[in-house]
Design a protein around this ligand. Structure first.
Ligand code: NAD
Length: 396
């Protein structure tokens, strides 16, 4: 019997379960490239149900009970007196989501004497100090690809939203009960013909390039690794050897790299000032890839045309976080990868990881970030380690 400590976001304020506006979601069996969506032995929820909040428990309550595991589910994750810290010393497995991350920095990992497996129900394990996890031989796994398309859709939406000036126009009719067309269109442009780039052409970056192509834009990308010629040709995207070169060549950039010590604060004032005036930045990767106050300053000065995305630091952000009120923002809470469609996949993938782990089977290679004291699987391809603590793992 194992103790599984799961940190999920709070239930909807109007109660659980919510009233759904649709009755079903499409069945997705495979990801681009052909690998299958999660294959647990079964699931105990209906696809499309809310499973990612506390009462949903990722649909794992019955499975845990049937298998004799103790499942502790909480949203209380901040500070030494939180439920999370209370149960952490006994936990064999910790599960948390990037949307409501249970930060696992060095201090907390020191307390987690029994911890063998940290699962990210979603994608992006920067809330775990990967260097420390390696030292302690803790396996870190995530549900790779489960929400990549969900995020790419959100990024595409945010690009259009910013370029077409959607939020201010929407506010004119809803909040202001107005109809001033000139005010609504004074910052509204067509995306057609613009230079649109991505920082990192991994699963999400490539999916976004593919989705942007029909808008008749000029596509660009920067990544540590160049795409194979066939993929590059299909996408019609120009490769840039450096992030600096990409940034000065585009009107819109969307960030899709992981947060590592290389990408931490990569987009700063100097880089923003090298962009064309009125450029747009979309960030659905991790907030700490950009310098918070440099974004605010560039929006206020007009150097940036807009900034949008769903990632903040820490999460949840303070009430007075400047991104809540900065001009021309299209920010949401961290939702892009937690649509009901995405939840279905990452809840099933979490169960697949748990089943394999407890049966002593090797996890899917693509799910592994850290194993056997080293980066492995997807972790070896997407993360770098320089022996320092992972940025973004303390929540401070
Ligand atoms: P992926 O592993 O498929 O791709 C990551 C890409 O980043 C790889 O191509 C890698 O070569 C590249 N990369 C790594 N370091 C780089 C650097 N220093 N400069 C440029 N490129 C670099 O990952 P993915 O599924 O596309 O996800 C990317 C990131 O998006 C995740 O790490 C996560 O932080 C974030 N994410 C956010 C959400 C959300 O809900 N907002 C959901 C999923 C993932």
């Amino acid at each position: 019997m194992a103790k599984i400590l799961m940190v999920l976001y709070p239930d909807p304020v109007d109660g659980f379960p919510p009233k759904y506006i649709r009755d079903s979601i499409p069945t997705i069996d495979s990801y681009p490239g052909g690998s299958s969506t999660p294959t647990p032995s079964g699931i105990d929820f209906t696809p499309g149900e809310m499973v990612a909040c506390v009462s949903g428990a990722l649909g794992l309550k019955k499975w845990a009970a049937d298998n004799g595991h103790e499942l502790i589910v909480t949203s209380d994750k901040e500070g030494e007196n939180s439920e999370f810290e209370k149960y952490l010393p006994e936990a064999d497995v910790v599960i948390s989501q990037p949307f409501w991350p249970a930060y696992l920095g060095k201090d907390r990992l020191e307390k987690a004497k029994n911890l063998k497996l940290a699962i990210t129900a979603g994608v992006g394990s920067d809330h775990v100090d990967l260097t420390e996890a390696m030292k302690r031989n803790i396996t870190v796994a995530e549900v790779t690809y489960s929400n990549s398309i969900s995020v790419a859709e959100h990024a595409a939406m945010t690009i259009l939203n910013l370029v077409r000036n959607f939020v201010p126009a929407h506010r004119i009719v809803t909040d202001e009960k107005g109809w001033n067309i000139a005010d609504a269109v004074k910052w509204s442009y067509d995306l057609e013909g613009m230079d649109v780039g991505v920082i990192a052409a991994g699963r999400i970056g490539r999916a976004l390039l593919k989705r942007m192509k029909p808008f008749d834009v000029n596509l660009h990308y920067y990544d540590l690794y160049r795409l194979d010629p066939q993929t590059e040709k299909e996408l019609g995207a120009t490769y840039h050897e450096s992030v600096e070169d990409l940034m000065r060549s585009v009107d819109v950039v969307s960030i899709h790299s992981p947060l590592t010590s290389d990408t931490y604060h990569m987009v700063d004032e100097k880089m923003i000032n090298s962009m064309r005036r009125g450029s747009y930045i979309v960030n659905t990767a991790r907030a700490e890839i950009v310098v918070r106050d440099d974004i605010v300053k560039a929006l206020e000065s007009g150097q940036l045309g807009g900034y949008g995305g769903d990632v903040w630091y820490p999460q949840p952000p303070a009430e007075d976080h400047p991104w809540r009120t900065m001009p021309r923002n299209a920010m949401t809470p961290h939702t892009s990868g937690s649509s009901l469609s995405a939840q279905t996949r990452y809840a099933a993938g979490t169960r697949e990881i748990l089943e394999d782990f407890f049966a002593g089977r090797q996890l899917r290679d693509s799910y592994i970030i850290v194993q056997g004291g080293a980066l492995a699987g997807t972790g070896a391809k997407s993360y770098t380690t320089d022996g320092k603590a992972s940025p973004g793992s303390t929540g401070k």
